[in-house]
Design a protein. Structure first.
Length: 445
């Protein structure tokens, strides 16, 4: 452990043990320099790392202070948190968020949100060019604000579709909460294997032709848990097959604009405004809000309006007025561009670290899957490694990861892999955690 790491560790432990309490000022840089017999630059490096982890913050001309309780609760494990893709609430700087909220409150002070399926009109006008910038060309009547993708997925699963078909096709592995929902409803989906190369398009055509498939649920980019993206050819072919065999595509683009890939266009781009239901969430970009959008084709408009009316009585799908207005202010402001650029750059740097650190790993012990887009990637382990024991031992070293078991509908298809997320770790933490994981895997082999 280097000296600046020791300073960082000691201060963090004092904060977690509340020896230095919420809102209190830390010892000065000069004081810490004297205590550790080091340069001020070494102290500043340790303090900057604590700031990056949102444990402390600086006040100009005053010093460094312990952040509020909420911020520290997210770091309470005092380790390497790689088991969640949910960013910290303060991923959006507080002043920027307050600015958006103020703009929203002022703009809609004299409004109320009526029982409506469409939401506020001005938000739709903002979303049309916003979506077009990402290759999603649509019109106002096709856009519906939603609270979250999971809620809409449940209704799409249970509601009859215009094509009159009954079965659902999913990738494996895929979004664990959706798998849990399918199992809770005793729904047996068709399964198509997905790996770092994508899916078998010949098998997909067979399912579309003979499987009575009403929709195919897919996460084309920033895949959870693989961290991969379909190629241009695959995305185009998936939509062509869906149009040919009257199958709807439910495209989960949950990460949306936060990690924009060069020359990427979504499956919706190839749909001719038909047979593609496009879903996007803003939770990764603005984690304090529960808001997303659904882009619906003409053939599904009537069905979706029925779903929306029915959902009002069970789980109201429409985001609040303040959520819609804040999203509108966020998209219109320079804050959005600044924030997404910052997030994108951070992701790129961390993905590069993953590739660099893993380059020398023995592929017979551990294999990197993905780390090409988004927050997630997976590590496939040697068959002799017991994943549950590995996770338990990692926790003792303050490294938290997640098994991929829940992301397979059929347990027998599980490939002895774990999922990691880069959302709540710094670049340096990521390096350390990967080295800890590899060393532990070698020792278990």
């Amino acid at each position: 452990m280097t000296l600046y790491q020791k300073i960082h560790y000691d201060l963090k432990q004092d904060i977690l043990a509340q020896k230095i309490k919420q809102g209190e000022r830390l010892p000065s840089i000069s004081k810490l320099s004297e205590m550790y017999q080091c340069s001020k630059g070494t102290v500043i490096k340790a303090l900057d790392l604590l700031c990056t982890q949102h444990i402390i913050f600086s006040k100009p001309q005053s010093g460094y202070y312990v952040a509020d309780h909420l911020m520290r609760e997210n770091n309470i494990q005092s380790g390497y948190i790689l088991n969640t893709g949910n960013p910290l609430v303060n991923v959006l700087p507080t002043l920027d968020l307050k600015s958006c909220l103020n703009l929203a409150t002022e703009a809609y002070a004299n409004y109320s949100l009526d029982i409506t399926l469409k939401g506020i009109d001005s938000l739709h006008q903002s979303l049309i060019p916003y979506l077009a910038d990402d290759g999603i060309y649509t019109k106002r009547s096709h856009i519906y604000p939603i609270q979250g993708i999971t809620q809409i997925l449940t209704f799409l699963t249970l509601f009859p579709f215009p094509n009159g078909k009954k079965n659902i096709l999913i990738e494996e592995p895929t979004y664990s909460f959706y798998i849990s929902f399918l199992k809770s409803q005793n729904i047996q989906p068709f399964i198509i294997k997905r790996d770092e190369h994508g899916i078998d398009l010949t098998l997909l055509e067979t399912y579309f032709k003979d499987g009575d498939i009403k929709f195919f649920f897919t996460v084309p980019r920033n895949h959870n848990p693989l961290g991969t993206t379909y190629s241009y050819r695959q995305r185009k072919k998936i939509m062509e097959l869906a149009l040919k065999y009257d199958v709807y595509i439910v495209e989960n683009d949950y990460f949306g604009h936060a990690h924009k890939l060069p020359k990427y266009v979504p499956i919706h781009f190839f749909s001719n405004q038909e047979k593609c239901i496009y879903l996007r969430s803003f939770t990764k970009e603005i984690p304090i809000l529960r808001i997303g959008i659904a882009v619906i084709p003409d053939s599904f408009n009537e069905t979706f309006e029925q779903i929306s009316l029915q959902s009002y009585y069970y789980s109201y799908h429409m985001p609040s007025l303040i959520s819609q207005a804040t999203l509108e202010a966020y998209i219109h402001s320079s804050i959005y561009q600044k924030h997404t650029i910052k997030m994108h750059r951070s992701i790129i740097k961390k993905l590069d670290i993953i590739k660099t650190v893993s380059a020398d790993w023995n592929p017979n012990y551990i294999t990197l899957i993905g780390a090409k887009s988004g927050f997630y990637f997976s590590l496939q382990l040697h068959s002799n490694i017991n994943v549950d024991i590995l996770i338990s031992r990692l926790e003792k070293q303050r490294v938290w990861v997640k098994t991929n078991k829940d992301m397979f509908y059929h347990p027998e298809n599980y490939d002895n892999s774990i999922r990691l997320s880069i959302s709540q770790v710094s670049q340096e933490q990521l390096k350390d955690a990967l080295n800890i994981i590899y060393d532990l895997v070698k020792s278990m082999i």
